[in-house]
Ligand binder design. Sequence first.
Ligand code: PMP
Length: 398
Amino acid sequence: MLERIEAAPKDAILGLGEAFKADPRSEKINLSVGVYQDEHGKTPLLECVKEAERRLAANPTTKSYLPISGLPEYCKATAELAFGAGNEPLVSKRVAWAQTPGGTGALRVSADFIAANLPNSTVWMSEPTWPNHPQIFNAAGIATKTYPYFDAPNNSLNLAGMLAAIEKMAAGDVILLHGCCHNPTGIDPTAAEWKQIADAVFARGVMPLLDFAYQGFGDGLEEDAVGLKAFSRPGAELMVCSSYSKNFGLYRERVGALFVVTSTAAAAASVQTQIDKVIRSNYSNPPAHGGEVVATILRDPELRKQWEGEVTTMRNRINDMRHALVEALAAQGVPGDYSFMTRQRGMFSFSGLTKEQVEALRSEYAIYIVGSGRINVAGLTPANIERVAQCIGEVVGQ
Ligand code: PMP
């Protein structure tokens, strides 16, 4: 019976990574997959992670199961990092939580939770968004729709379009927002715009769900939480999915968390049981190692300081590469004003390159970027940036 099953299409972004690996051209450059790379093109193992792993290995305890919702100390430290220690929902114990396998796991648990507990809700996502967003919610049986986000001609946020769309959402629907470093556009609301968005969302009775996968990659750990804090209001409900794949470089360890902020402590206790129920029938309980590493680092003042320094190094390198690319494009005489790239935040830049130009970059110059024109700025290095700018010049001029 299985021979009748047709092959599924390859994942658009991960498929590009495979094509890159198989490409025999030595000059190839991968600017597609969303993974941070250092100035040598390597995805580093952070020094603080190495040290935490040494400490954990020196004092092994048990490999017994974690609780369904994961390590309590990990969830607490993660909540404090995202919301800020002393933030009212945490103090009021209005937060249900779970350690999850990555940010993707958090999103899927949130989707299953919504499907089971808010069954008629539509989940609204930005146009464009990370392509896995609609897949995750659709896989959980949830209807998805899009709201305007990107003002292409001005390379900026389409705030008016977004607010008008929120006005038309049904009370009880869910709006998925990128907490910072919007993927793929790199365009985030300002603090004042976040406030306007939060006002509109709450006025409409819509549930905010923030995907917070890049804390520290935009302007700083605290600065990047400004959107989350705009929604974290007295008595207000909110969901947050966070990930340590990028800011701890723990991609393959699958470390993330889901937070569901309810209006009362009693509601949080009930919601916690529903989250646990969803997880139990999915993966039962999360893997321990990544959570133990993160909890060790966040709870040790010295390691935490070291981690903050390493996040700063990654963030600064990305922002330096943004400026360097704009300068290299200008030096190559590439027509157009690319200064918008320096205003974008996070690992990605929406370059404005067309599908055809993206295809020409891959086929003629072995430079891989995502079909939408999304460039992983963290894939640029001092050694490859000239060639990238030169080849962009070639395809733009064609
Ligand atoms: N959300 C967004 C917007 C992302 O870009 C990513 C990673 N590509 C994730 C969530 C999830 O990351 P992970 O599952 O690796 O933690």
